[in-house]
Write a protein that binds this ligand. Structure first.
Ligand code: PMV
Length: 311
């Protein structure tokens, strides 16, 4: 069984776990699933196997396999299955460079594995199950805009937002394709320790989320962009209060350029995740101007992507 799930980028970030094991967040997050970055994962039940065999981008990667096998064990335990599988996962995303490969990878794995085990789960159930492996992957079950709610083990799932904004774009500005130095899980743990700053992040991000939903309904790119920037900067300031940083000189240089271009009248904003790459938030009418001014970077212009699906 083969599934494809698309990467999502958060406009309102998830940062920090209230419950490590159940992967429950402290605050709700909101994302946009894109069409150009995705993971294809094939899961084949093989009765001759004595253990799972995992290939990621064609190679047997023991470190990455641990997380995959852990998730397969969880699915098997939950649904009383005792079959081993072969997993072949291909990322059309630079792995672990802050381009959210864990989101698309685990959403694709959850869908392909449950189907391979003959389970037929609803999107809500898939979102919940995927959450155990990677928080942000709960949102990649859905295309377009999605919100992942706080809730408890049963209710902390993502759901789609009914917004049809065909002009909305995210342009990935590739700064560095190498692996990130600190995992988001480790960086989150450090950030949560800083109680006063962390509490402030939680309360502000709740306000940001409400404002973001209103701005998206209005399809107001200036409002959406400014709220997303504020939210991302807040997250990175919080991270930098620990000894971790994802913003490199190259990222700051690109941000500076975005601001200058914005001052000249182009509608573009930015967000950043757990890596140095920048995602420009904009609309279709601005793409040619952005391409002209960011010629020195590799750009990936993304539209709204679909739900995770069997292919
Ligand atoms: O789900 P994780 O562990 O890959 O964490 C994702 C964290 C951010 O990408 C920085 C924010 C988000 O909401 O996607």
């Amino acid at each position: 069984m083969k599934a494809r799930a698309y990467v999502n980028f958060a406009l309102i970030k998830y940062w920090g776990k209230k419950d490590e094991k159940l992967r429950l967040p402290y605050q709700a997050s909101l994302s946009f699933t894109v069409d150009k970055l995705y993971t294809d994962t094939e899961v084949i039940v093989n009765n001759n196997l004595k253990e799972d065999v995992v290939y990621i981008n064609g190679v047997k990667d023991d470190k990455a396999s641990i997380r995959v096998i852990k998730h397969l064990n969880l699915i098997r335990e939950k649904y009383n299955i005792n079959k081993f599988v072969e997993v072949k996962s291909i990322n059309n995303v630079p792995t672990a460079a802050g381009l959210a490969s864990s989101a698309s990878s685990f959403a694709a794995l959850t869908l392909a594995a449950t189907k391979a085990f003959n389970l037929s789960l609803s999107q809500k159930e898939l979102s919940r199950l995927s959450r155990y492996a990677s928080g942000s992957s709960s949102r990649s079950i859905y295309g377009n805009f999605a919100i992942w709610d706080v809730g408890n083990d049963e209710t902390s799932i993502a759901y789609p937002l009914d917004i049809n904004w065909t002009e909305f774009r995210i342009v990935v500005l590739m700064i560095d394709k190498s692996k990130k130095k600190a995992s988001s899980t480790d960086a989150m743990k450090e950030s949560v320790k800083n109680k006063e700053l962390y509490d402030n992040w939680v309360s502000e991000s709740k306000k940001d989320l409400n404002q973001m939903i209103e701005a998206l309904k209005l399809k107001d790119i200036d409002k959406v962009g400014l709220i997303a920037e504020k939210n991302a900067n807040h997250m990175h300031d919080l991270i930098e209060s620990t000894n971790i940083t994802y913003r490199t000189d190259e990222s700051l240089k690109a941000i500076d350029k975005i601001k200058k271009l914005r001052n000249s009248g182009v509608k573009l904003y930015y967000t950043m995740d757990a890596g140095p790459n920048i995602k420009i938030i904009t609309v279709d009418s601005e793409i040619d101007k952005i391409k002209k001014h960011f010629k020195e970077y590799e750009l990936l212009v993304c539209k709204s992507g679909p739900d995770a699906k069997i292919i």
